[in-house]
Design a protein around this ligand. Structure first.
Ligand code: FES
Length: 123
């Protein structure tokens, strides 16, 4: 199974790895790794709070469709390696994922127990 590594975030001082079957979304992988990813729209491709940067393995992901491209255009700090975690499906290669500051902030906003940790967000 491919291994997905999530780089440190305000909640994770060290990288965390999770093995998932091909076809798993990056958001589902983040849930399995207990990595803080936003999901304001519940994974329905409507919010961009699950925005991630795919640091390694970008080409192995399933292709982006027009709906994802439209929503991603509303995100902040969009890069050539940007994807929506809820739409990007793992292929056969290992991946390294950075949950964007936008995604970490969204997680904080959705989880009141973490309010006040905005200054710990990692870029
Ligand atoms: S959770 Fe809203 S677009 Fe992914």
């Amino acid at each position: 199974m491919p291994r997905v590594r999530f780089l440190p975030t305000f909640l994770l001082p060290e990288p965390v790895d999770v093995d998932v079957p091909p076809g798993t979304s990056l958001q589902e992988a983040a849930y399995a790794a207990h990595a803080p990813i936003g999901d304001a729209c519940g994974g329905n491709c409507a919010c961009s709070t699950c925005h991630v940067h795919v640091v390694e393995g970008f080409e192995s992901l399933a292709e982006m469709d027009d709906a994802e491209d439209d929503i991603l255009g509303k995100a902040t700090d969009v890069q050539a390696i940007s994807r929506l975690g809820c739409q990007a499906l793992v292929g056969r290669a290992d991946l390294v994922i950075r949950i964007t500051p936008e995604g970490q902030l969204a997680f904080i906003n959705e989880h009141p127990e973490h309010r006040g940790r905005e200054g710990e967000i990692k870029g």
